[in-house]
Design a binder for this molecule. Structure first.
Ligand code: HEM
Length: 154
């Protein structure tokens, strides 16, 4: 957050709650939602079409968060964060041998990349619809999509 203060508004309730955020209903809801998505992905590994459709719809929904400062680059940051979390967690799993840890790392990496690719596709296709449906000029459009203003930080 100190590197990118504009992200404060993206999950505003967490920012307002400060250090006690982990105890809040809002944070619990977000973590539950995240766990449900991961569980859906794992349960549906053999139905990639279904996964892609759901991820596409999820990605498109993120267009609604433009005004909170959501930017599509955050999807890539999510992937970097996942890599960080995996390299911290998987080596500490003592119930696996080296080969299993390596396989686990590879499997989570693939799932993370697949997820990110398809939420981004959903986001971009929503953005295209939005752009072509509007009749206004760029100045008007970018007021609705501040994340695409070429030089404003907001
Ligand atoms: C890459 C995988 C991601 C997936 C699969 C995902 C999925 C979702 C889903 C399913 C919702 C709930 C939409 C609804 O039905 O209301 C949501 C909400 C949201 N997501 Fe994501 N998301 C992802 C990444 C991100 C990232 C990287 C950010 C920002 C750093 C983000 C920001 C948000 C915000 C701000 C909300 C609204 C939360 C609220 O209700 O206050 N998402 N996301």
């Amino acid at each position: 957050m100190e590197h990118c203060p504009n992200t404060k508004n993206v999950f505003r309730p967490i920012f307002i709650l400060g250090d006690s955020f982990a105890e809040s209903d809002y944070f619990r809801e977000q973590t539950l939602r995240f766990a449900q998505i991961v569980s859906f992905l794992i349960d549906s590994l053999n139905q990639p079409n279904e996964i892609v459709q759901r991820l596409h719809a999820m990605g498109e929904k993120h267009l609604n968060y433009s005004h909170r400062g959501f930017k599509p680059i955050f999807f890539d940051l999510f992937l970097e964060t996942l890599e960080f979390a995996l390299s911290g967690h998987i080596p500490s799993l003592t119930n696996m041998d080296d080969k299993q840890r390596q396989d686990a790392m590879e499997a989570w990496r693939k799932l993370g990349l697949f997820t990110t690719v398809h939420v981004k596709r959903g986001y971009v296709s929503g953005l295209m619809k939005d752009y072509y449906q509007q009749t206004a000029n760029f100045d008007d459009w970018v007021k609705k999509r501040p994340e695409f203003h070429p030089w404003n930080e907001s």
